[in-house]
Design a protein around this ligand. Structure first.
Ligand code: BGC
Length: 721
């Protein structure tokens, strides 16, 4: 915009303010609606249509004449994505678009700390504002259904309750900064393979109990301002033209007031998409046809889409602009890359690390007589902020595990690095490459020699964001690049070997777990990930992460695979229904490798004195569950008490247990605290497919409090009357 047009549009804007005061933010809902309607009346049909589709790859149009700005969008969960070309994905290579790299979704979920989700949301919201963004394309809250899904790292969990709690806080954080969160991908986008067109179906109960709760909570509890329609189809219709998902559930049932934006290139029609509830088409570029451009204009003129429908779409956008104070001079300005944001990234990273096995008490490392540590594995030095397909972040810095160890103990201990394995890929077709399992004997030999001559060995194994990546799933759970042999030989050479997995989804560890005494899960853990993992290893931080998903012994134990219901063709039916994740393993009595909610600490906790405020409850009651937790060890630490509920007498199949509450507390050695966890009886409901409603059955329920889904410490029964 040149100076003259800038001044003109500003004058028009003042004019609009004069006749239609746009001080919407200080007014009640009715007044705001009136003002928005008055603006809509001034817009031509062409101007309205211009607001409903992409203008550049990451913006949709405004109306300069009336001072309505364009909307600027940015990915995404890991941090504010770098700037790209206007009509393409190529980065511009600027020096001003770096941002904090926040730990990925599964890492945030492993903290089981809603306060951190809020802090993360606030920080990323501030960064979005500082980069002049209006809509943050996050959080990603699809349920982790299969361990293979390439995007599991971005999602939070397999459990709808944990998912909802984290999503709500994250969204509240983002939106407190005058930025719209765009929760994605609505709905049932649980695999990347065939995501462009696969038709997903499941029974209604599974949809309502497992896949939709976090989206519903985002709308009804966090008032999320926008939502992204997924690529896939649901029950025969693309998600961006699903009357059921968009108009019926999202708007009519949940009362969503914001706008629905298509995933990039996920719009497939004009009239259907417009009439079923899509508001903004994104992902178009000059090369791609725009369904919501001229074609939408023509459809309105031809009477196939009512102008009122267009007005409703514009209304949702103006509503979001108002909520984000886009025309308000007092809109928050945000800050970028500040120390405090990297500190939040560190806090999340350090609470995310999960200690899975420590059978020889190797951890925390006892460094008194240690002179050398062998640091083995390419992952010790790999950067993950930008790797892989899909949204990354060009961060100002990313501390690798090797650098983290150097920072923390580099002056006291000699750290010797060797790669241990080579990251080689096999090209399967033009789009797909898979990690090769070729063993590099020379690198293994070097690693074994180094481990033998060192006091301690730490192997950083796992995958990376090139393997766990958008638009593809893994094909199996094997450790890539010959790591199995590497780990076995290094452990045999030096029993004081710690294995740290840098990965965000399960791997098949059957062949190494017997010999490996010490196993830590390190995630894609953000800019400060290396410092955090080093602090956990040396005991400066006591690990408190707990798994947000089940680690199966083998792929075939997972429900979708056990039932042969992971499909890569045209359609897939989720045969496991509500039995996703631990709901399946517990109900079918299948031992996982590590269960949902599992994670060790360097200290020990004792659970006692479970008390409920009553024994009989009504459906509308909240149960106040109190219990005492004592730190019985010698180190400061944190514990997450998890509340599971079992319906003892049920007329329908119910999972053996379902998470309904949790609380994380921090305790000094010897300290004990009584905590209260509120749980709503209405949350015990199941969804009745026939009646299409939620039902809380009367009768006995068991309340179980545990340190994980399989380590239940205290139980009590209640009666719902
Ligand atoms: C992804 C979205 C992302 C969008 C824009 C799509 O391919 O599925 O999650 O926000 O691209 O980058």
């Amino acid at each position: 915009m040149n100076f003259k047009t800038h001044v003109n549009s500003f004058l028009t804007f003042l004019f609009v303010i004069f006749i239609i005061p746009f001080h919407l933010f200080s007014q009640n809902d009715q007044q705001i609606e009136n003002k928005i309607n008055a603006i809509i009346q001034q817009l031509t049909l062409e101007e309205k249509i211009d607001m409903l589709h992409a203008k550049t790859i990451f913006s949709s149009g405004g109306v300069e004449r009336l001072g309505i700005p364009d909307l600027q969008y940015a990915d995404g969960p890991l941090g504010i994505r770098e700037e790209t070309q206007q009509q393409g994905w190529e980065p511009l290579g600027l020096t001003t678009d770096s941002a904090t790299y926040f730990p990925s979704g599964t890492a945030l979920a492993a903290t089981w700390n809603p306060d951190l989700a809020l802090k993360c949301g606030i920080a990323i919201g501030e960064e979005a504002r500082a980069r002049n963004k209006d809509v943050l394309l996050a959080p990603s809250i699809n349920i982790i259904r299969t361990p293979l899904s390439g995007r599991n790292y971005e999602f939070f969990t397999e459990d709808p309750y944990l998912n909802s709690v984290l999503a709500v806080n994250y969204i509240k954080g983002v939106q407190s900064q005058d930025v719209a969160a765009c929760v994605k991908h609505y709905a049932v986008n649980n695999q990347e393979m065939s995501r462009w067109n696969i038709n997903v179906d499941m029974n209604e109960r599974a949809l309502r109990e497992i896949y939709l709760p976090a989206f519903k909570a985002a709308v009804t509890q966090a008032n999320v301002y926008s939502i992204m329609g997924a690529y896939n189809k649901f029950r025969g219709y693309y998600c961006c033209e699903s009357q059921y998902l968009l108009n019926d559930i999202l708007r009519a049932e949940w009362g969503f007031k914001g706008f629905v934006v298509s995933d990039w290139g996920a719009t497939h029609s004009t009239v259907n998409a417009a009439n079923t509830g899509l508001d903004v088409e994104m992902g178009m570029s000059r090369r791609r046809q725009s369904f919501f451009g001229t074609s939408l204009l023509d459809s309105v003129k031809a009477g196939l889409v009512a102008e009122k429908t267009i007005d409703d779409k514009v209304r949702t956008i103006l509503y979001v602009m108002h909520r984000c104070k886009m025309m308000d001079p007092d809109r928050k300005k945000g800050v970028l890359n500040i120390k405090e944001h990297y500190e939040i990234a560190y806090q999340i990273a350090s609470e995310a690390v999960v200690l899975l096995k420590n059978s020889n008490n190797l951890l925390p490392l006892k460094l008194r007589n240690v002179k050398t540590i062998a640091v083995i594995g390419a992952n010790a030095k790999r950067l993950n902020a930008l790797a892989g397909f899909g949204a990354g972040v060009k961060t100002k810095y990313e501390i690798t595990p090797f650098q983290g160890l150097k920072n923390r103990i580099g002056k006291k201990v000699e750290l010797k690095f060797t790669a241990g394995y080579a990251e080689k890929f096999k090209q399967i077709n033009r789009f797909l490459s898979v990690p090769s399992d070729t063993v590099n004997l020379a690198l293994i030999e070097e690693a074994v020699d180094l481990a033998k001559s060192s006091d301690i060995a730490i192997i950083f194994a796992g995958s990376n964001r090139q393997i766990e990546s958008e638009a593809r799933d893994r094909t199996n759970l094997s450790l890539p690049f010959g790591q199995e042999k590497l780990i076995s030989e290094v452990v045999a050479a030096n029993p004081k070997t710690v294995v740290v997995m840098i990965a965000a989804a399960p791997h098949d560890l059957r062949n190494i777990l017997e010999s490996v005494s010490t196993l830590v899960w390190g995630w894609y853990n953000g800019s400060e990930g290396g410092n955090a993992i080093a602090d956990v290893l040396i005991g400066k931080v006591n690990p408190s992460g707990k798994l947000p998903f089940t680690m199966p012994v083998k792929l075939e134990d997972s429900p979708a695979h056990a039932l042969n219901a992971y499909d890569l063709r045209d359609s897939t039916f989720y045969k496991e229904g509500i039995l996703v994740g631990y709901r399946w393993f517990d109900t079918k009595n299948i031992d996982p490798l590590y269960c949902f909610g599992y994670g060790l600490s360097y200290t020990t906790f004792e659970y006692s004195s479970l008390k409920l405020d009553k024994r009989q409850y009504k459906k509308s009651d909240t149960i106040h569950i109190s219990l005492t937790i004592k730190n019985t060890g010698k180190q400061f630490g944190a514990e997450t008490a998890q509340v599971y509920v079992k319906d003892i007498e049920s007329s329908v199949i119910r999972p053996v247990k379902e998470l309904k509450g949790f609380k994380k507390i921090f305790l000094k050695p010897g300290q004990k605290e009584t905590i209260t966890i509120p749980v709503k009886v209405s949350d015990f409901a199941y969804y009745d497919d026939n009646k299409m409603e939620w039902i809380v059955e009367l009768g006995e329920f068991e309340i179980m409090v545990g340190a994980s889904s399989r380590d239940i410490k205290l139980t009590k029964k209640i009666h719902v009357e």
